[in-house]
Write a protein that binds this ligand. Sequence first.
Ligand code: ADP
Ligand code: MG
Length: 211
Amino acid sequence: MPKESLDVSESLEMVKLLARKIIEAEPILTDADRNLGDGDHGLGMQRGMTAVLEKLESESFFDVKSIFNATGMAMMSSMGGASGALFGTLFRSGAKTLAEKPVFDASSLSDFLVAANEGVQARGGASPGDKTMIDALDPAANESIKSKNLPIDEALEAVAAAAESGRDQSKDMIAMMGRAKTLGEKSVGHPDAGACSIAIIFRAMADFANN
Ligand code: ADP
Ligand code: MG
């Protein structure tokens, strides 16, 4: 049976699952950032998502907007550094588009992703092709527009596949932003760490909706 939308408690469980998947992926994210940056991305994301889980488990939520907003706030206040601000911005900009309604459907997903993508680009100044998290987020946002009328499980599957393909394509890019910029052409051959995080986040959301 296709799942048209997620209710508040399902959305909460979905975000908790993505937090746990990022925490589990710490070694992969650490390695990715070691190849191109300073190697702290895995621990930073792990710290951020641990704070997210604590917040989501200690508060009550009556709409989906507040869940994503709390997620962004917890990341921003616990992670610090460039990616704390950027991932915090992603979730908070996305949350702003959601009315205080009790369902999360493919149209909400698209509004969320388009605003999240715009918010992170405005905050960090990166564009598609610069070898950053935007290279997974931008294709995910574009795919969500095409998937607006699908059931949420199918829309999330399409978005996760787009994010993964974007992460894979980031391997061939030359870094133009962040710490990896100084490597120039030596940055080719490895995927961007932030793009790896984005792919894990949307894969976890798709797996939740499809199970
Ligand atoms: P730091 O770069 O401070 O060590 P992290 O290692 O946690 O922070 O995160 C690195 C990731 O942040 C990169 O892989 C990239 O995806 C993302 N990033 C860095 N700068 C930018 C930017 N200006 N815009 C978008 N994403 C960025
Ligand atoms: Mg780093």
